[in-house]
Each structure stands twice: as structure tokens, then as C-alpha cells.
Design a binder for this molecule. Structure first.
Ligand code: KIV
Ligand code: ZN
Length: 532
């Protein structure tokens, strides 16, 4: 039996195992602008499962038809991971959650309620009233599902006596995992360890359940707080890829997993994660969420393994350990990254894609190869990051309602920029000429002339993929319209062309979402903060 085949969420037998509970698809996806399509959620869930994540929190089934559908399908397809859904402390939420997760061989209902004074005030419940609700809802969940997790939201700001009381009620009602969320990222490592330790020492029945830690990163301490909680006795860390999540995000999966691996001498706990799959997942989550990873982000940032200064390079050449505490290969970066060029063939491209974690079929390879050749004609050396950027573009192109045909922009000093843009709209080509405050403004106006829309531009972000003036730019565009959010991305050696394509990509996604809304699907009807 391989590691992955074991029931990775029943850990009582193994006190050194830390359960990795990934909530990229729930807490991460909930972050404004990070909305993913149904297919993207399925893909990320499959990659998480394959990487060895013990539990995947796949969504919040009562929140929308889209969430329900995603959790259901992820539950149906899961291979190794336990599939969990979130539910407020309401019987209807819990029933809906069970309807979705019941399809998984291993499932979990995660129900929660805000227990701090501030959170109790929202539904205006007394301590006793809330205690009764906790007993009723956890018991209800336990009657449906044998694996129930309960969370006192804002636990780190909940009165100590009350926290002990409600944790005891949840355990007695049948919860087998008690999650202690630091909902607003307020705690600090010493306190985080102490809180879990004291709960385990104080609450009757605590040694029969697993304690989990769920930290937010508002003060930049989420990773430290999660690891401290493990030192205090927690055996489940809740986290997201790239630390995706509301505000400053959640604990980053890659950080806690690599910290436990690299510093196992002082943190003697292990996870079942295949760390070599981290980089690919990080890139895919960045792509589908539209949230780029900061260059100096620990583990997965572009510069995390780059050694630029002379002293560092000299040390690295003599002995890698001088400045490297982990090997790039351990997180899925190929140690040597030889660039491709215009003479590289299909086999070299396929090999490179495989090294980068992309499995492509023959048809997809054909399409990528054409775009690779176009890029190689314009750029002497095509680096790994260029290939990753290439994989971000051209998705869904065949079905797209809007397509960029040509774009010419005249700009410079002494006058407005002028864009002449030809767009294919459902098979018919039209031309628009617009002037604007710079080339991007003129281009976006031309697109709006041909496809009038009231979508608000929530984000426009440009990143250079590699160095040099011929570097590709990746552009992210986020559009918001009637509560729908769509992110478009593109890459090109011409920043204005990349901008036009990213804007059109976002519009195409909005069109798809509008269609689904028409069928009553995917509207974000409620928030997890509506706790009454
Ligand atoms: O941050 C939080 O408290 C949550 C709960 C729903 C567990 O995400
Ligand atoms: Zn959270």
C-alpha cells in the first residue's frame, strides 16, 4: 500500500502525521476576483488529489448552484483525497453539503459558526442559544456523515471559557475534527501553540479528536502560527496553494509542507505531499485564479531559487548548500533549464512541457507547437517561464465568441494614441478605430466600441515573464459585472497585444458566465459570513 492509498484523514494511529487540508477551492476561491470556472476547479482538485493532499475542501455547496455542482463532481471523481464541503450552522446548509459530498468514497461535512462576542452579535444569539445550535447542527451532520469537522469561527478572539464549552459540545455531538480558526489573522506563534495545547489539556474528550489549525495571514504570521499550532498538538493544517485567500490570504500549503520537510530536525512531523508537484500546482492556481505569485514569495516565487549577486553565484558554483537549503528539484523545478529556440522540434517541446508538469495530448501539442514557433521567431531564446506563459494563452480559443484578428497602434509624444482593431465577433469581422490616453486605453476603447459592455475594470496587471526587451509580458485583466467576476490572461512579446487579448479573454469568460446565470447557475447567492 502506498502512502497515498492509506486513509489519510484518520491519523490517530500516526501521531507524527500532519493532515494537509487544502481549501484553495473554498477559502481561496472565495477571495474577490479569484473565481474559477467549473473545469478549472475540477483540474485543480485532480492535481491536489494527485499531489497527496489528505482532504480537499471543494466548496460551499449552499452558496450557489455552481459550488454545488463543483463539489458534487469533485466528490464523484476523487481518487485518494477525502472530499469536504462547508456548511453554516443551518440544517438546510448541512443537508445540501451532504448531497454534494456523499458521492465521494471518503467525505466530510465541515460546519461552522462564529463564536467570538463580535460574531455572536451578528445573529444576536446568547451564549446558551448558540451552544444549543452547535449541538443540534453537529449532531445533524453526524447523522448524515460519519466524518464531521466543526469550526468556531474567530476562535482566537473567543472567550476562553466559552471556547472550551463549545468545543466540548461539538465533540460530544460527534465531530471528529475540531478546527481552531484564526479568522482575522490576529494570533501569534506563542499564543497559537498555547491555545491548542490548553484546549487539548482542558476539554473533556479532546484526546479523541484531531485539532486543526486554520490561519489567515493578515500580520504575515500564518505559516508560523500553523507550525506553532502543530507544536501545540494540532495534527491538521488548513492551507491554500500560493496562500490564496481573502485579504492577505491563508496559510500557504507549500510553505508549511516544505518547512516540515526541510526542518524536520526540529519539527519532527511529516505530510504525505509529493513536494515535486508543488511548482506545477502553484502555476496552475496562479493562472486560473488570476493572482500572480510575488517574485520573492517563499518556495514558489520566481526568485526563490535565483542567485543573482556575485558572492552568491560564486558560493553556489563551489557548493550549492552555501546558499541553498532545499533543492529546486524538490519543489518541481528542473535543476537545469535549457532554453528552447526556433530550431527546437516537437519532441523537445513535449519533453519540456512534461518537465514543467504539463501532460498534453497530440492535438494540444500541435496547437502549442504552432504558438511556440511563432514565439521563437520573435524571441531568440524561449525560457521555461515563456513556455508556462504560453500555456496560459489560447485556452478555449475555438469556442470564443470574441477573437482578436489584428491590432495596430500609433502612439508617441505629442498626441493621443490611436488603435485600429479588427475583431471577430461570432464569425463576423468588424473594425474599430479609437483614440485614447495611451495605447492600452485606445485599444480597450476600440474593443468596447465593437462589443459594448458595462463591465468594470477591476484589475489590470502587467508582468515581464523573463528579462530583456524581447521578453514576453503576461497581462491579467479582471472584469466585474452584476456580481460576476471574470479574469482574463494573455502573454505576448507586445504588451499592448497581450493587453488586448487578456481583455478579450475576460470578456469571453463573462459571456460564458452570463449564459450560465441565465440558467440560474453559478450566482454567488450567499456569503459564508451570513451566519444566521
Ligand atoms: O477563516 C475562517 O474562520 C473560515 C471558517 C469558515 C473555517 O474560513
Ligand atoms: Zn478562512
Amino acid at each position: 500500500m502506498t502512502n497515498i492509498d492509506k486513509d489519510r484523514s484518520s491519523q490517530k494511529a500516526n501521531k507524527d502525521h500532519v493532515v494537509i487540508f487544502d481549501t484553495t477551492l473554498r477559502d481561496g476561491e472565495q477571495s474577490p476576483g479569484a473565481t474559477m470556472t467549473h473545469e478549472e476547479k475540477l483540474e485543480i482538485a485532480e492535481l491536489l488529489d494527485d499531489m497527496g493532499v489528505d482532504i480537499i475542501e471543494a466548496g460551499f455547496p449552499i452558496a450557489s448552484e455552481g459550488d454545488f455542482r463543483a463539489v458534487t463532481e469533485i466528490a464523484q471523481r476523487s481518487k485518494h483525497s477525502r472530499i469536504c464541503g462547508l456548511a453554516r450552522a443551518k440544517l438546510g446548509d448541512i443537508d445540501r453539503c451532504w448531497e454534494a459530498v456523499k458521492h465521494a468514497e471518503k467525505n466530510r461535512i465541515h460546519t461552522f459558526i462564529g463564536t467570538s462576542e463580535l460574531h455572536r452579535a451578528i445573529p444576536n444569539l446568547t451564549m446558551d442559544e448558540m451552544a444549543d445550535i452547535i449541538h443540534e447542527t453537529v449532531s445533524h451532520a453526524r447523522n448524515l456523515c460519519e466524518n464531521v469537522q466543526w469550526s468556531p469561527m474567530d476562535a482566537t478572539r473567543t472567550e476562553w471559557d466559552y471556547l472550551c464549552r463549545v468545543v466540548e459540545i461539538a465533540i460530544k455531538a460527534g465531530a471528529s475534527t475540531i478546527n481552531i480558526p484564526d479568522t482575522v489573522g490576529y494570533t501569534a506563534p506563542v499564543e497559537s501553540a498555547d491555545l491548542i495545547r490548553r484546549l487539548i489539556e482542558t476539554v473533556p474528550g479532546a484526546d479523541e479528536v484531531i485539532f486543526a489549525t486554520h490561519c489567515h495571514n493578515d500580520l504575515g504570521m500564518a505559516t508560523a502560527n500553523s507550525l506553532a499550532a502543530v507544536a501545540g498538538g494540532a495534527r491538521q493544517i488548513e492551507c491554500t496553494i500560493n496562500g490564496l485567500g481573502e485579504r492577505a490570504g491563508n496559510t500557504a500549503l507549500e510553505e508549511v509542507v516544505m518547512a516540515l520537510k526541510v526542518r524536520n530536525d526540529i519539527m519532527p512531523w511529516h505530510t504525505g505531499i509529493d513536494t515535486r508537484k508543488i511548482m506545477h500546482l502553484s502555476r496552475r492556481v496562479a493562472t486560473v485564479s488570476g493572482f500572480n505569485v510575488q517574485f520573492n514569495k517563499a518556495i514558489v516565487g520566481k526568485n526563490a531559487f535565483a542567485h543573482e549577486s556575485g558572492i552568491h553565484q560564486d558560493g553556489m558554483l563551489k557548493n550549492k548548500e552555501t546558499f541553498e537549503i532545499m533543492r529546486p528539484e524538490d519543489v518541481g523545478l528542473s535543476g537545469t533549464s535549457l532554453p528552447l529556440g526556433k530550431h527546437s522540434g516537437r519532441a523537445a517541446l513535449r519533453d519540456k512541457l512534461q518537465n514543467l508538469g504539463f501532460e498534453v495530448g497530440d492535438n494540444q501539442l500541435k496547437d502549442i507547437f504552432v504558438r511556440f514557433k511563432e514565439l521563437a521567431d520573435r524571441k531568440k531564446e524561449v525560457f521555461d517561464d515563456d513556455i508556462v506563459a504560453l500555456m496560459r494563452t489560447g485556452e478555449d480559443a475555438e469556442n470564443d465568441h470574441l477573437k482578436l484578428v489584428t491590432l495596430r497602434v500609433a502612439c508617441g509624444t505629442g498626441g493621443p494614441a490611436e488603435a485600429t482593431l479588427v475583431m471577430d465577433i461570432a464569425g463576423t469581422q468588424s473594425t474599430a478605430i479609437e483614440r485614447g490616453d495611451g495605447p492600452v486605453d485606445a485599444t480597450f476603447k476600440a474593443i468596447r466600441q465593437l462589443h459594448p459592455n458595462a463591465a468594470h475594470l477591476g484589475l489590470y496587471q502587467v508582468h515581464a515573464v523573463t528579462e530583456g526587451t524581447d521578453a514576453q509580458a503576461t497581462v491579467s485583466v479582471r472584469l466585474e459585472e452584476d456580481g460576476n467576476i471574470a479574469t482574463g490572461q494573455s502573454a505576448d512579446t507586445d504588451t499592448v497585444v497581450a493587453s488586448a487579448k487578456a481583455y478579450i479573454h475576460a470578456l469571453n469568460r463573462l459571456i460564458v458566465r452570463r449564459g450560465k446565470m441565465g440558467e440560474g447557475a453559478d450566482a454567488r447567492e450567499i456569503s459564508y459570513k451570513d451566519v444566521t
